[in-house]
Design a protein around this ligand. Structure first.
Ligand code: NAD
Length: 298
C-alpha cells in the first residue's frame, strides 16, 4: 500500500472523524463537502476532536499541530480528488445521493484513485457500476467515535480487485484501526449482523412481558461478561435507531410482535423524548445508569 493522499467526501458526523483520524496518522487529507458553509462547520470540529484525542489517546500538541497541517478543505470535487490515492465516501445514507455523487466523481477522479464507501446499510454492489471503476471500489466501514471504537470492516463486492482489498486493509491498519476483513458481501457487515438480532430479541422479550430491561441486561452481562446489556447498548445507540429498524421490519413482515414493539417504543420512549443517553433518559437514566452501580450484578 503506497497511499499518501486521501480524500474524504462528506464532512458530517463520520466523514470528519475519518478525516481527522487519517490526518493524525500522517496522511495528506482533503476534506470535500458540497458547500463552503458545511466545510466551515467541519473545520469548527477540529478543536473538539483535538481535545478528545488528547484525553482519550494522550495525543501531544505536536501531533495535533501536524494533524492540522495535514488537513485541507475544498468544495470543488475535481480539486478535491486530483491527487487522491483513496477517496472515502461518507455522504448521506441515501442511494440517490450516493449514485449521483459517484457519477460526478467518476468524471473527475484520476484513474489511480480507489473509492471506498462508509455506508452502514447499503451494499457496494449497488454502486459499483456508477463508480465507473468496479474493480477499484470497496466498502470501508467505520464506527462512530472511530478513535475509541476503532473497528474498520472491509468488504468487497464480486468485482473488487483482491490487491485493492489488501491495500485498503493495510490503510485501515495504518490509521490505527482494527482491520476486519469480510470474505463476501453481507448487509450489516459483521457487527450489525450480530448486534441487530440481539437488540431485537431483547425488545421482543420486553414487549412479550417475559422480563424487565434490567433483568434481561443482568442475564446477558453476568452470563457473557459483557460490560453492557442490550438495553444499555440501545441507550447508547439511540432508541430512535432501533425504532426505525423495527418499523421497517414491521412494515415488511407484518409480524404481530414487531408491530407491537414499534407501538411500545413509540408510546413509551419516542413520544416521551426518552431516546437514550443523548436525552438523559432511555431504559436507564444518565449520567449514572443503574447498570454501572457496584451491586447491579449482585
Ligand atoms: P451526516 O449527515 O452527518 O454527513 C453527511 C455529509 O455529507 C454532510 O456534511 C453533507 O453536507 C454531505 N453531503 C451531502 N451530499 C453530498 C455530496 N453530494 N457530496 C459530498 N458531500 C455531501 O452523515 P453521517 O452520519 O456522517 O453518515 C455518512 C455515511 O457514513 C453514511 O453512509 C452512513 O451510513 C455512514 N456511517 C455513519 C455512522 C454514524 O454513526 N453516523 C457510522 C458508520 C457509518
Amino acid at each position: 500500500m503506497n497511499y499518501k493522499n486521501i480524500t474524504i467526501a462528506g464532512s458530517g458526523v463520520l466523514g470528519y472523524q475519518i478525516a481527522f483520524q487519517s490526518a493524525f496518522h500522517g496522511f495528506h487529507v482533503t476534506v470535500y463537502d458540497i458547500t463552503d458553509e458545511n466545510l466551515e462547520r467541519a473545520k469548527a470540529k477540529f478543536d473538539i476532536m483535538s481535545e478528545a484525542f488528547k484525553i482519550d489517546l494522550q495525543a501531544t500538541q505536536q501531533q495535533i499541530d501536524k494533524t492540522r497541517q495535514n488537513l485541507t478543505y475544498t468544495s470543488n470535487l475535481a480539486e478535491a480528488v486530483k491527487n487522491a490515492d483513496l477517496l472515502i465516501e461518507a455522504v448521506p445514507e441515501n442511494p440517490t445521493i450516493k449514485i449521483d455523487f459517484y457519477k460526478k466523481l467518476a468524471k473527475v477522479a484520476p484513474e489511480k484513485t480507489v473509492f471506498a464507501t462508509n455506508s452502514s446499510t447499503l451494499l457496494p454492489s449497488q454502486f459499483a457500476e456508477a463508480t465507473g471503476r468496479p474493480s477499484k471500489f470497496i466498502a470501508l466501514h467505520f464506527a462512530n467515535t472511530i478513535w475509541i471504537h476503532n473497528t474498520a470492516e472491509i468488504m468487497g463486492h464480486p468485482k473488487t480487485d483482491p490487491n485493492v482489498f489488501e491495500d485498503v486493509v493495510a490503510f485501515a491498519k495504518a490509521i490505527g484501526m482494527l482491520a476486519l476483513p469480510l470474505h463476501k458481501e453481507q448487509p450489516g457487515y459483521i457487527l450489525n449482523s450480530l448486534l441487530v438480532p440481539l437488540l431485537s430479541a431483547a425488545t421482543s422479550l420486553l414487549v412479550s412481558e417475559v422480563a424487565d430491561p434490567e433483568t434481561i441486561d443482568k442475564t446477558w452481562m453476568k452470563a457473557t461478561g459483557a460490560p453492557l446489556g442490550p438495553f444499555g447498548i440501545l441507550d447508547v445507540v439511540g432508541i430512535t435507531t432501533a425504532y426505525n429498524i423495527d418499523k421497517i421490519a414491521a412494515e415488511k413482515t407484518k409480524d404481530a410482535l414487531k408491530i407491537k414493539t414499534v407501538k411500545y417504543l413509540k408510546d413509551n420512549y419516542i413520544d416521551k423524548n426518552k431516546l437514550g443517553v443523548s436525552t438523559g433518559e432511555g431504559f436507564y437514566t444518565y449520567p449514572n445508569p443503574a447498570y454501572k452501580e457496584a451491586d447491579f450484578l449482585k
